[in-house]
Design a protein around this ligand. Structure first.
Ligand SMILES: Cc1cc2nc3c(=O)[nH]c(=O)nc-3n(C[C@H](O)[C@H](O)[C@H](O)COP(=O)(O)O)c2cc1C
Length: 409
């Protein structure tokens, strides 16, 4: 199953230089399983022609409010009624101003105004509207645009970005449209339930590296993928996420605050410093149990036929967090090479953890897919095997269900 399987997305493309990136977005949405119908404004069609979008989406492209191909001649109704979401990328300053004021003077603004909204009479469901602004920094910072964005947010429109950086006009600053891959992540997240809204989650991920001399050290084969997938899944679920990461070659998931560390002791310090106020702590990192007792300032030279390393124990971060009186909900990982049930449950009890995610090393470390079993007070819960992101979302859903309910405000 893909992230947007069976979803129908109406993609509006307005008149901005970033319209060329919308072509890649169509491709990514299609690859993620969505059916995409593109609506181009008149200005949008000056930047990229309908032919490109038709070829990439495999569907006819819509440009005209008066298009006779629509049932009852009402393209604006057809394109909003059976859409699971309306996404406008790029969204020009002009388009944003018009929808902030309820204008309906072309096909795209009219279908946005006509979109079904939950709770409104006659609407069987909600059709969320997501906009990805793209414009020059002066246009973005203009008080008129600021006012329009406030109105749109109050109206429940989801605003994706914009980012900051070099702009087509030669200036630098806020107003760059997010990259197509980033937009895809945000669109996928918009379809997921906000199970951890308002919660704070702290995670560790990746291996640690314990230096032995200036060029060597002790580490392990953890890729960090599971920890990063969990960080992303927690952020998708609406949590404020901090990820303390050992050395890995992965990019931080969007919206996740990443703290880079190398050794187990650095990871320990980074976690303790950030623990206050967290609702959940997930120890995914494969922390080295031992480190060299001595660090050789100069490279250890080849010579003797045998070299003995003296190792000392590293702090047990998870165990330490789990016994604190102000502990958040603590989740551990048990990567075992055999006897998964017995070892994972023993670890859970020894450290007093409400939840342990167990997996067999040959089925997990360094791989794309994951097979895990959850152990909690209610017993063992095997999750369906699948890509790490899918498994991560299920683990986050399980954690969310374990969270103490909050008093209504
Ligand atoms: C070369 C060129 C580039 C433009 N780039 C942008 C842009 O990046 N963002 C924006 O908001 N407007 C941009 N505009 C202005 C819009 O195209 C103009 O406001 C238009 O009315 C938008 O119409 P639409 O929202 O119906 O697509 C650009 C105009 C030109 C001529």
């Amino acid at each position: 199953m893909t992230d947007l399987d069976g979803k129908c997305i109406t993609l509006g493309v307005t008149g901005g230089v970033a319209a060329y990136k919308a072509a890649e977005l169509v491709r990514l949405l299609g690859k993620a399983g969505a059916r995409v119908r593109v609506v181009l404004t008149g200005a949008g069609a000056r930047f990229v022609t309908p032919v490109t979008f038709q070829a990439l989406s495999g569907n006819p492209v819509w440009t005209d409010l008066w298009d006779p191909r629509a049932s009852n001649n009402m393209a604006h109704i057809e394109l909003s009624r059976d859409a699971d979401a309306i996404v406008v990328a790029p969204a020009s300053a002009d388009f944003l101003a018009r929808i902030a004021h309820g204008l309906a003077n072309d096909l795209l603004t009219t279908l946005c105004l006509a979109r079904p909204r939950a709770g409104v009479e006659g609407a069987a469901r909600d059709c969320p509207l997501l906009v990805a602004p793209a414009m020059n920094v002066q246009m973005w910072e203009n008080p008129a645009t600021r006012r329009n964005m406030d109105v749109l947010r109050q109206d429940g429109v989801v605003v994706l970005g914009p980012g900051s950086g070099d702009q087509a006009c030669g200036e630098t600053g806020m107003g760059r449209m997010l990259e197509p891959e980033e937009l895809l992540d945000d669109i996928v997240a918009a379809f997921l339930p906000a199970l951890l809204a308002g919660r704070r989650v702290l995670l560790t991920a990746g291996p640690t590296f314990e230096p032995l001399d200036p060029v060597r050290g002790l580490t392990n084969s953890s890729s960090g993928r599971m920890g990063y997938a969990l960080a992303r899944a927690a952020a998708e679920a609406g949590a404020q996420v901090t990820l303390v990461s050992g050395p890995v070659s992965l990019a931080a998931p969007r919206g996740v605050r990443r703290v880079d560390v190398t050794t187990a002791r650095e990871m320990h310090a980074a976690v303790m410093e950030r623990l206050a106020g967290q609702d959940v702590f997930i120890g995914v990192a494969a922390v080295a149990d031992f480190r060299p007792a001595e660090f050789a300032v100069r490279k250890i030279k080849k010579g003797a036929a045998r070299l003995t390393l003296d190792l000392v124990a590293n702090p047990d971060i998870l165990a330490e967090v789990a016994v604190r009186p102000d502990r958040p909900l603590c989740v551990g990982f048990a990567a075992e090479s055999e006897n998964l049930d017995a070892y994972a449950e023993a670890k859970r009890r020894a450290k007093g953890l409400p939840l342990v995610v167990g997996n067999l090393v040959h089925e997990a470390l360094g791989r794309e897919d994951s097979t895990v079993v959850l152990f909690d007070d209610a017993g063992r819960h095997p999750l369906p095997p699948g890509p790490k992101m899918e498994v991560a979302r299920r683990i986050i859903a399980h954690i969310a269900a374990m969270m103490p309910r909050r008093a209504p405000v």
